[in-house]
Design a protein around this ligand. Sequence first.
Ligand SMILES: [Cu+2]
Length: 240
Amino acid sequence: MKSDASRRNFLRATGGTAAAVGVTAAGARGAAAQSVEWPSQVTSGNLGSEEDARGQDEVTVIVGAGEQGLAFSPTKLWIDPGTTVTFEWAGQGGSHNVETIEGPSQMEADLASEEGHTYEYEFTEAEAGITAYQCNPHKSIGMFGGIAVGDDVPTAEEAVSSSAVFVPDDAMALSIASFIAMCGTLGLAFVFMKYGNWTVGEDQPQTDSRLRPSRGLTHDQISAGHGPFPCSMSCPSRVQ
Ligand SMILES: [Cu+2]
């Protein structure tokens, strides 16, 4: 059993690496990941937290979670065959039980209310698939949960919200930063081009005197006088 568990951990570890690479690759080309396609009753369950606990031998589900104590947490749990799930009462929301609605596992825990009460269930290979369960006293107000066992469960490609949201944000921030930097550079270039030669002080070499603002004309304005032809010796814009 121990070797079986370590073999599973090894497979999980290597599979996890492959999955991580897969997610990275998926993120680069459009962000998609697999998630369990839960039955509608499980999807409608209170709280709605989800955990992929494959690779773990023991997992705890809180009974009486959420603000009102009327939820299972994680509400949607994905595990490997052979995993033992311990349902642990939080002492909130009154009396709860755990009972299967549909699926291969036949869970049936007695009603209890006190904090610390537990119910253990080991999910075997024969129970692969999805089991939906409920708390009988609170089924009318959405106290449902689901447990998916094994890799052979219905799954759907879904967008990885974190990448889908944050990558465009980063790209947007980068675009804005680039735009600001570009405007800053262009603005400085404009200022230098327009005013660079016009800030010549009294201590500048005399050869610059023709371009000084006191003459009232820019080099371009002066050279426009002879069109496309090069400055002749007599051109007033020629710097001597
Ligand atoms: Cu309940």
